[in-house]
Ligand binder design. Sequence first.
Ligand SMILES: C[S@@+](CC[C@H](N)C(=O)[O-])C[C@H]1O[C@@H](n2cnc3c(N)ncnc32)[C@H](O)[C@@H]1O
Length: 258
Amino acid sequence: MTQQFEAFYDWSKRELNLQLDGYKQKQLQRRINTVMIKSGAKNLREYAEAIKKNADIKQEFLDYITINVTEFYRNAQIFAEFEQILLEKVAPRYPNLKIWSAACSTGAEAYSVAMVLKKNRLHEQSKIIGTDIDATILRKAKEGVYRDAEIKNVPSADLKKYFTVTNNKYHLNQEIKDLVQFKKHDLILDRYEKGCHAIICRNVTIYFNDEVKNKIYQDISDSLVVGGIFFIGATETIYNPKQYGFQKVGSFIYEKIE
Ligand SMILES: C[S@@+](CC[C@H](N)C(=O)[O-])C[C@H]1O[C@@H](n2cnc3c(N)ncnc32)[C@H](O)[C@@H]1O
């Protein structure tokens, strides 16, 4: 890593509490360069100054390095498999479910779980938590307003039941919004929830280096009860699940066994 990037990372850890050296470097540095040039800064020192002084530049930087794409029931077939394992294996054993959608972006994933629990009348005794590193995206999650592309997998009956459409925007109803608690959480730096029955952590570890990824998998395992499940992204694989006390039970689903 160049000295400039090292200094910038030290600065962003100190000032923004962001641990950027845990991310895959080529990809991340390319993104930082792009957004730096867009801001008009000529080098990383100038860029750090600009981030400090200008709230819009700071927000643009945070948005750009944390890629927020998401949708309801992302990879619908795989999500259906998660739903089936949750209902057939986990819920009978643990009727009061605690489910954590980590790196939840705008909350579509956490709200998809809320709809599943509601449909199966498990919502009243269960708890759903949605977390992300990005405070702005969490505000959007709490608002619960979505575009066409984000709701394309929502069954039409649920669309009618749980959303109100205004100006081509889909507003999620309060009864579903009330089922999810959102809070800020950094997967690299913060402590993890304990006693979870399912953790969904998809499409974020792809940005991390192996060391960070290993630690996250171990922390997730420690957060799950035995028999709890871990749902990963469709482009992700855990090569040595046993190392973390997991066994594979679905295409992208692992059960905590010890
Ligand atoms: C591509 S989205 C994934 C959203 C959702 N899980 C899905 O699969 O549709 C990645 C999210 O990870 C969040 N993120 C990035 N680094 C993070 C970190 N260190 N801790 C927690 N969340 C992080 C970003 O803010 C972003 O909202």
